[in-house]
Design a protein around this ligand. Structure first.
Ligand code: NAP
Length: 348
């Protein structure tokens, strides 16, 4: 017995990873549907050793599936997720559309698995922003050990966080600059090849960007609203893998060795931390992997109880597809969904 599953956005960066990870983690699938826009109808995508043809979202009957993994952007989610939830299946949504909805749990299974019990309120579960997901996996075990008061984060976010078009722009611009071709920015606001851009999303009135605000809003919802966070999000010319320089202020002393021990025991985290060149992780090392890597743990001597460290993870995996599949596993393990359950009445 398995689930009838639809992956919406199946031709995209995240959708393709979802299909790969469902297979890698042996999620019980009875029937798989790949869904995308009308223009992709009939396009073949891989699912395990099979290829399946994409179906048009407009023509698909969502009441025929148990689970929908949605990664087609905020506008598509806003139009479809509630309608799909009302038709029966649970939607695990990768966009930001429902993350702050009080009736939609926002879940990283290592951090707040108990929120799975809220999944049937709207039949929607939200997956966090890629940078927040890897951050909270590292912060949660430290916060349990020594309460976190304040966090300062600078991100180094790869172009795959901006979808297929982001990856194409870095590739084409790099070739164009070498070959004296047209390197005009299209997807990003400035040249991304051989450059870094301290702007992701859109500007808010307070001078931050919405990408930066997502990081504190989502950390507050999942971990603890009392943690103060200040964030600078930066796009860098890396294809896959987001990095973060993190400085944390605790309410009691915590030595780097104690933090290493705590993080070594923590689910989803791998500590790679030696003062040698194999002793820290870069995005290239993390691409294709499941872990959130923590390196360069050291005391911050400028505050009373401070630590600084470096966090890296594959943004398409823990930052999106892997976390979505782990949410599906959590819903299965906790009985929120059962294989081929078909239509269910909402229990609010
Ligand atoms: N990339 C990341 O690191 C990351 C992390 C967390 C969350 N997310 C979120 O995940 C979502 C997808 O990101 P991505 O990187 O996979 O983007 P992407 O590579 O640009 O792929 C977008 C997907 O959405 C589909 N789509 C677009 N418009 C559609 C429509 N009107 N109806 C049905 N399908 C439509 C596209 O299908 P066509 O090929 O047919 O256009 C494609 O399959 C976004 O909400 C993003 O914010 C991404």
């Amino acid at each position: 017995m398995g689930y009838r599953v639809a992956v919406v956005g199946a031709t995209g960066n995240v959708g393709r990873e979802i299909l790969a990870i469902l297979e890698e983690l042996n999620f019980p699938v009875e029937k798989m549907h790949a869904i995308a826009s009308r223009k992709s109808k009939g396009v073949e995508v891989s699912f395990g050793d099979r290829t399946i043809k994409c179906e048009d979202i407009e023509q698909f009957d969502f009441s025929s599936v148990d689970l929908v993994l949605m990664s087609a952007g905020g506008a598509v989610s806003r139009e479809w997720s509630e309608k799909i939830g009302k038709a029966g299946p649970i939607v695990i949504d990768n966009s930001s559309a429902f993350r702050q909805d009080p009736d939609v749990p926002l879940i990283v299974p290592e951090v707040n698995p108990d929120d799975a019990k809220l999944a049937r309120k709207k039949n929607i579960v939200a997956n966090p922003n890629c940078s927040t997901a890897q951050l909270v996996v590292a912060l949660k075990p430290l916060h349990d050990a020594a309460k976190i008061k304040r966090v300062v984060v600078s991100t180094y976010q790869s172009v795959s966080g901006a979808g297929k078009e982001g990856m194409d722009e870095l590739w084409n611009q790099t070739k164009a600059i070498y070959g004296l071709g047209d390197a005009t920015p299209k997807k990003f606001p400035k040249q991304i090849a051989f450059n870094v851009i301290p702007y992701i999303g859109s500007f808010r009135d307070d001078g931050y960007t919405d990408e930066e605000a997502k990081m504190w809003e989502e950390t507050h919802k999942m971990l603890d609203p009392s943690i103060k966070l200040t964030v600078t999000c930066v796009r860098v010319p890396v294809f896959v893998g987001h990095s973060e320089a993190v400085t944390v202020e605790f309410d009691r002393p915590i030595a780097p060795d104690e933090a290493r021990e705590i993080l070594r025991e923590a689910p989803g985290v791998q500590v790679i931390d030696k003062q040698e060149h194999d002793g820290y992780i870069t995005p290239v090392d993390a691409a294709g992997e499941h872990a959130v890597y923590v390196s360069r743990i050291r005391k911050d001597p400028t505050v009373e109880h401070g630590l600084s460290f470096w966090v890296v993870s594959d943004n398409l995996r823990k930052g999106a597809a892997l976390n979505a599949v782990q949410i599906a596993q959590l819903l299965d393990e906790t009985g929120v969904i059962t294989p081929s359950s078909g239509y269910r009445t909402l229990t609010v």
